[in-house]
Design a protein around this ligand. Structure first.
Ligand SMILES: Cc1cc2nc3c(=O)[nH]c(=O)nc-3n(C[C@H](O)[C@H](O)[C@H](O)COP(=O)(O)O)c2cc1C
Length: 346
């Protein structure tokens, strides 16, 4: 078995196991995807599965410039152009749902303070239109606001289905809202949404349920995250184990350690999670084939390689060399480095 072997996963038929990882490109001023986004995803539609860039579930979720949303009718119509072209080209596409919670800035929120699980400064940089800004002490969300947030995720999943998506992926990785609730250093609540591992997991569980009412749901986690308050230590990793063992979702998408693919670490999750597993971070063609062949994962997602090689699946199939991504064009700008790639010598 290899990356280019088709996969039949609980009713999904993927022609290959090369997944486009969620990749924020910050080229959607106004938050409504347009012709440029349709072209970008069309170029990558040969992926076994396309996972979109993180997308706001509501106005309250915003915390990065020029990222799209799925909470207005114009956004639903904009995304419909994207899903239509990906489907016309034979692809499958899920929408990654994003909420930045405490890692946002008043500039994005009409001057209001960002809100999170507790009044703990997450101490993370926030990318704003005026440059990088530090976070501050957030407002603690009330239970009523948490319920409204769960409802926002449900509405976003319904909108995703109306826009033609084949499902949604919940971003519970990194430093954003769902990960904030899972983390005992960020979540100091003593009510039903904190106080114990089960309490800290409650928001994610409710969001999964709200989204699952509208179609397929995957969850993305980063159990090896390092950096600042969000570092996942052994104790928290044990909580993640329990979380994963109880997850009833259509797939699990793991962002692996930054040091590179760790097959033994992924294999533990293969045991724990009863469903399709997508792994990520630092894979090349050979490591991707190896992790599939070992039966550890069902698919491998690629972000940076897909940025520079829209035809990544073809390049893998032909054994062609890969172009290198240019970090200068990751976020913002226009077609260059997005739908137009620099010529590479081969
Ligand atoms: C430009 C850029 C944007 C990213 N945006 C997202 C995102 O929106 N959501 C997410 O979960 N991860 C995001 N990531 C992380 C990637 O999905 C992936 O985990 C990381 O790049 C490692 O995979 P790779 O080695 O294939 O690049 C982003 C990464 C990059 C480089």
């Amino acid at each position: 078995m290899s990356l280019l072997t088709p996969a039949h996963l609980d009713g999904w038929c993927l022609p290959n196991r090369v997944v486009l990882a969620p990749t924020t490109r910050a080229r959607v001023p106004g938050g409504v995807p347009g012709a440029l986004q349709a072209a970008y995803y069309a170029q990558r539609a040969s992926a076994g599965l396309v996972v979109t860039e993180g997308t706001w579930v509501s106005e309250r979720a915003v915390g990065f410039p020029d990222v799209p949303g799925i909470h207005t009718e114009a956004q639903v119509a904009g995304w419909r152009r994207v899903t239509d072209v990906v489907h016309a080209l034979g692809g499958r596409i899920v929408l990654q749902l994003w909420h930045t919670g405490a890692v946002s800035h008043p500039d994005f929120l009409g001057g209001r303070r960002p809100a999170g699980p507790s009044s703990v400064d997450p101490d993370e940089p926030v990318h704003t239109a005026a440059g990088r800004r530090p976070t501050g002490v957030p407002r603690e969300l009330s239970v009523a606001e948490i319920r409204a947030t769960v409802a926002d995720y449900g509405t976003a999943a319904r909108n995703a289905r109306r826009a033609g998506f084949d499902g949604v992926e919940l971003a519970a990785n990194g430093v954003y809202l769902l990960a904030q609730f899972l983390h005992p250093r960020l979540n100091r609540r003593t009510d039903a949404y904190g106080g114990s591992p089960a309490g800290r997991r409650r928001l994610l569980a409710e969001v999964v349920e709200a989204a699952a009412a509208h179609g397929r749901v995957g969850v993305r986690l980063s159990p090896w995250w390092t950096g600042g308050l969000f570092t996942v230590d052994d104790e928290l990793r044990a909580e993640y184990d329990e979380l994963v063992a109880g997850l009833a979702v259509d797939y699990l998408h793991l962002r692996g350690p930054d040091a590179g693919p760790d097959f033994a670490a992924f294999a533990r999750y293969r045991e724990l999670f009863d469903g399709p597993l997508i792994v990520n971070n630092g894979f090349d063609r050979e490591l991707g084939d190896a992790v599939i062949d070992a039966g550890i994962a069902d698919a491998v997602s690629y972000a940076r390689h897909f940025v520079a090689n829209p035809d990544l699946v073809t390049r893998f199939a032909l054994g062609q060399p890969l172009a290198a991504a240019d970090p200068a064009t990751y976020y913002g700008g226009g077609a260059a480095g997005y739908v137009e790639q620099a010529a590479v010598s081969q």
